[in-house]
Design a protein around this ligand. Structure first.
Ligand SMILES: [Fe+2]
Ligand SMILES: [Fe+2]
Length: 414
């Protein structure tokens, strides 16, 4: 055996294999072991003092155990532990000293060496075992390297998939928003209404997700879904004739009935996608918002006259955001209401037009609502602002102008 180190897969090993022998002075093995020290690094430990940790610390290539109960136990612990794959465990003894073949197999030992045995025979057997051990070690290390490589590739693929997934989500969201903007473009005065109302909706939804909506079963991605879906609330207006949608004056009752249909049209269009493909399931949220964003908490809204919690929560959120932005935005037929006044109107309608829990969430996040609206409010010319609540009531004639009230149906374009 050469003394120079040798290499397996770039790792260098000593040519002197380490043999850990559990043997008492004067026993059958002790004499043969002495004759092996020219070739192997031999560590001998008496059976009375041997412990698992001394063997593990020694990190031998081969362990020789006498066939005793204690050594069967040690053999099992070594083979089951971290050095098990790299250590050959041999039981040495006369055939009649092994309690049973089952006991030997249960120990996990790699081989049984029969005594008596000459030193040369033991040398040959140890050479064979260390060769097996080195092949196993090289194979295990190769597996480890391959496994590490596979894990690295998997991580890269996961990152790539995540990047692609995010790109798809972004493109999808942009496409949907563009679609909503296209529908909104028929009403040139709504400005960045969709952008603001989706943020108001998100802020309220986040507050509800944080636990301020008792007895509501809120999905974990509720705020995200609302943010994506809210801009589609009026998508059904693409199906309303220009003569009604763009009519500057008051709608007749018949025209208003047609106008109400935008909720149904939007719902029908949006619910088609999730039916055709499971990937379009997020549009189910948009569909319920499109249908129910003109429902009122007291049950006097449209198109279904739903009341309370039978109105989907997403729609109860969006309707507050939508009305608040409409109140605080000027139109050719109305001025913008001061945000604080608009807030007081929203609060006053808790339990009537709006869900009280949603209104409470809106109020708790008032600072964040203002942070979104402020840049827009500051741009509104003074002559398009209604500063006082009294003045507002005088102009609109009703507390909350919505399409549900024909007299004031054009005060808030929804
Ligand atoms: Fe609407
Ligand atoms: Fe709207």
């Amino acid at each position: 055996m050469a003394d120079s180190p040798w290499e397996v897969d770039g790792r260098f090993f000593s040519s002197r294999y380490k043999i850990f022998v559990v043997s008492d002075a004067g026993d059958e093995l002790s004499d043969q072991i002495k004759g092996l020290e020219d070739e192997f690094e031999v560590v001998v430990q008496p059976i009375q003092t041997v412990h698992l940790h001394t063997i593990l610390q020694s990190n031998p290539d081969v362990v020789l155990f006498p066939a005793t109960e204690e050594c069967f136990t040690l053999a099992r612990e070594i083979k089951a532990g971290p050095i098990g794959p790299f250590t050959q465990v041999l039981i040495v003894g006369r055939p009649d000293t092994v309690a049973s073949p089952e006991q030997f197999c249960a120990s996990g030992a790699d081989n049984f060496i029969k005594l008596p045995l000459s030193c040369d025979c033991l040398r040959l057997k140890l050479r064979a075992q260390v060769r097996i051990q080195q092949h196993l070690r090289a194979a295990v290390e190769r597996v480890w390297k391959l496994n590490a490589e596979i894990q690295r590739i998997n991580r890269e693929l996961e990152m790539l998939a995540e990047i692609r997934f995010q790109e798809i989500i972004e493109v999808r969201d942009l496409t949907i928003f563009a679609l909503a903007k296209l529908a909104e473009s028929r009403d040139p005065e709504t400005g960045e209404h969709l952008e603001r109302m989706r943020w108001y909706s998100r802020i309220i939804a986040e507050e509800l997700c944080a636990g301020s909506a008792p007895e509501e079963d809120i999905p974990s991605r509720f705020a995200d879904e609302i943010f994506r879906s809210a801009p589609l609330h009026d998508i059904g207006k693409v199906g309303i004739p220009d003569s009604i949608l763009l009519k500057p004056g008051r709608l007749t009752p018949q025209e208003f009935e047609v106008m109400k249909q935008h909720t149904i049209i939007g719902h029908q269009a949006l619910q088609e996608a999730p039916r055709k493909n499971a990937a379009g399931s997020f549009l189910a949220r948009a569909a319920e918002i499109a249908r129910s964003h003109h429902e009122r908490f007291d049950g006097t809204g449209y198109p279904d006259g739903l009341a309370g919690k039978s109105i989907p929560l997403a729609a109860r959120v969006v309707t507050v955001a939508d009305v608040f932005d409409a109140l605080t935005s000027p139109r050719v037929y109305k001025k913008a209401i001061d945000p604080d006044v608009a807030k007081s109107i929203i609060l006053r309608e808790a339990g009537a037009q709006f869900d009280p829990h949603v209104v409470a969430a809106f109020e708790r996040r008032w600072k964040d609502i203002c942070a979104v609206g402020e840049p827009y409010w500051q741009q509104i010319p003074e002559e398009k602002l209604e500063r006082s609540f009294a003045e507002f009531k005088g102009v609109a004639g009703r507390s909350i102008p919505t399409e549900t009230v024909p007299l004031t149906q054009k005060a808030v374009p929804c």
